[in-house]
Ligand binder design. Structure first.
Ligand SMILES: [Zn+2]
Length: 420
């Protein structure tokens, strides 16, 4: 698709969206009324800057005011993960569920998938979680197969891999080393499986320069599989998925208008870092205008070597609200994870961020008790020092206690990061 066609298509969908929210969204009706905005003055994505941003606080504070249809028309009730705040409700109509399927089948194709593939899903499909359902529907729409094993359960994962010969895994990437370790410990010839690629959700597998990060390297050094990163959120109901080039996740321009902005709200240029802002196209239940995700990514507008011309996003460097100011250095949690993932002895860890009596951030890394040796501590301190210039505190607890803290039953994802 050339950029002219994309612009014309997005302009048309944007005008439809503005007419729709001004007729149906109590929240945006109020915004337009209070700011005196005439939606007829917004014709194309470039005009969007006349509208105010929608923030996470707006969404949390006026949650149900964003809903554009009566609740009896809601097909699927989901909530956001709420890492830093209470989960926000998200309502999907039947058409929204179909839009998700559309998005995901397109994502799978971008990641080299086809109707020849069989996917094995290693994430939750229930617990009010949007992504699991989207993957299942996307595979179905594309005509591929899907095995819904869910998270954890390495025995069942391998039993399914051996019995049904899936070709692609969909998983949180930090689960894959555990899966490999289980295979090794139980004499499973994992290299003989048909798995050719892994769609990695929720955590980055690359550095900002697109080289594999430590987790990505750890997986591919043990196993000859291709990793595809995908970045998505409940609010956008769409995903940015990598193609075979591995140079950022591609925007689906039919589903989202993307802006990547600096602190002042201005769009950043090629290769620069900014906050991801999305306007959702074709959403019926809870459409969003200029929603600030809080996620910081580098953006690439230049055409990709795969032939697609859509804008790409680099790995999420961090969340704006997760920025840690530690001993005068700015740190994002993924940088800490990356260092911890480098160390083969560390199978489990949790990063705890707290405030000290002076209101400054403190970082403590919880590790299993058996690693508590002077040599290990010295090695880890010097690794942190060389990579980040600062050293967090280390605290050792039993592996049982640590597992309990990380894999809390009521949470949908392992908790590698907590705030206290
Ligand atoms: Zn590409």
């Amino acid at each position: 698709m050339t950029s002219e066609i994309t612009n014309a298509l997005q302009g048309e969908k944007l005008r439809q969206l503005l007419r729709y929210v001004s007729a149906n969204s109590p929240y945006y009706q109020k915004v337009f009324r209070e700011t005196g905005i005439d939606i007829a003055s917004i014709q194309s994505p470039e005009d969007l800057k006349r509208l105010p941003f929608t923030t996470k606080d707006d969404l949390a504070g006026f949650n149900d005011d964003f809903l554009c249809v009566p609740k009896n028309r809601i097909t699927d009730f989901v909530t956001t993960s709420g890492t830093l705040s209470d989960p926000v409700a998200f309502y999907l109509t039947d058409a929204d569920v179909e839009r998700l399927a559309e998005n995901e089948s397109e994502s799978f194709r971008c990641a080299g998938g086809s109707e020849e593939d069989i996917y094995q899903l290693m994430t939750t499909i229930d617990r009010r979680f949007m992504a699991g359902l989207a993957y299942w529907m996307g595979a179905r729409k594309m005509g591929a197969g899907m095995i819904r094993v869910g998270p954890g359960a390495p025995y069942l994962q391998w039993e399914s891999i051996q019995r049904f010969s899936p070709t692609v895994i969909i998983a949180i990437p930090s689960f894959i080393p555990r899966l490999i370790d289980y295979a090794v410990a139980n004499g499973i010839d994992y290299k003989a499986s048909n798995i050719k690629s892994i769609i990695c959700i929720g955590e980055p597998i690359r550095n900002p320069d697109f080289s594999l990060n430590e987790l990505g390297k750890r997986i591919t050094s043990d196993w000859d599989v291709k990793l595809y990163s995908t970045y998505a959120s409940t609010e956008m109901g769409a995903a940015f998925t990598e193609c075979k080039e591995g140079k950022g996740g591609h925007l689906n321009p039919g589903l989202l208008i993307l802006e990547v902005v600096d602190e002042q709200g201005n769009v950043v240029s090629e290769g620069e870092l900014g906050e991801v802002v999305v306007t959702t196209l074709g959403v019926e239940g809870m459409p969003l205008l200029r929603y600030k995700t809080g996620d910081l990514c580098h953006v690439y507008y230049s055409p990709c070597a795969c032939g697609r011309r859509s804008t790409r996003l680099g790995p999420v460097v961090g969340r704006k609200q997760q920025m840690i100011k530690f001993k005068g250095t700015t740190i994002f949690p993924p940088a800490l994870f990356d260092i911890l993932d480098m160390v083969k002895e560390i199978e489990l860890y949790q990063v705890v961020v707290s405030k000290n009596e002076f209101g400054n951030d403190e970082i403590t890394i919880l590790l299993p008790l058996q690693l508590q040796t002077a040599v290990f501590k010295e090695m880890l301190y010097s690794l942190f020092k060389s990579r980040l210039r600062v050293t967090p505190s280390l605290e050792f607890i039993t592996a049982e206690e640590l597992t309990f803290r990380i894999y809390k039953q009521e949470k949908r994802k392992p908790e590698k990061l907590v705030y206290i």
